[in-house]
Write a protein that binds this ligand. Structure first.
Ligand SMILES: [Zn+2]
Length: 84
């Protein structure tokens, strides 16, 4: 699958990345149908966030639907949920 990857200040590129897998019982795989970049991503691209290193995948705001192979039975607000 393609991902927009930060490659240092002012640089990013589309790279092939492996498809995610379920690692914890609380994980869910969702199919992102639309994604965008936001102000945070623009700051990352400028190099303003020193904690973000090369290789970080950008575009954390997406519109998605659960993968047809995964049935999410319930979400508990007290438990962290990772979307892969
Ligand atoms: Zn954002």
């Amino acid at each position: 699958m393609k991902a927009l990857v930060y490659q240092g200040p002012g640089k990013c590129a589309w790279e092939n990345k492996p498809r995610p897998t379920i690692q914890e019982p609380s994980d869910a795989i969702v199919r992102v149908t639309t994604s965008t970049i936001c102000g945070t991503d623009l700051h990352i691209l400028k190099g303003d966030l020193s904690s973000v290193t090369d290789g970080r995948i950008l575009g954390h705001e997406g519109s998605e639907s659960p993968d047809s192979k995964v049935m999410v039975k319930r979400c508990l607000p007290s438990l962290p949920t990772r979307f892969l």
